[in-house]
Design a protein around this ligand. Sequence first.
Ligand code: SF4
Length: 205
Amino acid sequence: MKCDPALELRSNVVEFRNCGGISSTLMARLHKKCQEHGISAILPFPVEKIIVKNWVNMKCRYGCSKYGTSWCCPPATPEPEKARAILSEYTTALLLTGHRQCADFYLDNCRKRTGMVRYWKGIISTERLLFLEGYYKAFALVSGVCSLCKKCAYPDPCRFPQEKRPMIESFSIDVIGTLRNLGATSHVAVNTGEAFNYHGIILLE
Ligand code: SF4
């Protein structure tokens, strides 16, 4: 497709890549960045495989202690209909997966928070890398509530708005159903001796 001449004059315009796929060079850079942040696997997939269900929002509203306590959780995040509309503007996404020991899940200590912050920053910096590579619509949905602050400022203004992103579940995404849809493992850890997987999604284009 011929570019707009006005755009051709701007030497800093990054070429937009559509469904041609991610180059192996870029994928290698993504893997390196992700590994530095405890993310061990990256899977490109079609956004149509994401399952959005109203019951996920219900589970946030009833039964989750984080409801109404974070900028990354309902009711601060989009309602299911809005989430569906946003997702419909994308065709491709990346699934990012890491592991953590289940024992940490039940703790509220420095080690757990350090791991969560490391992971959070990894997802955001990967989104940034993709943006700079020309995927200008890149937007991350993160696993686990934002831990950048010891206690979220909500409902006062976020202290790090550039790093604020919604949790995957806050978009009413059925994570286990979506993983099954992708043919990925969806084992739920049931005792503290097990490791559990955590997942982030970067909406790409
Ligand atoms: S950066 Fe701080 S204030 Fe903003 S969403 Fe995260 S925890 Fe809340």
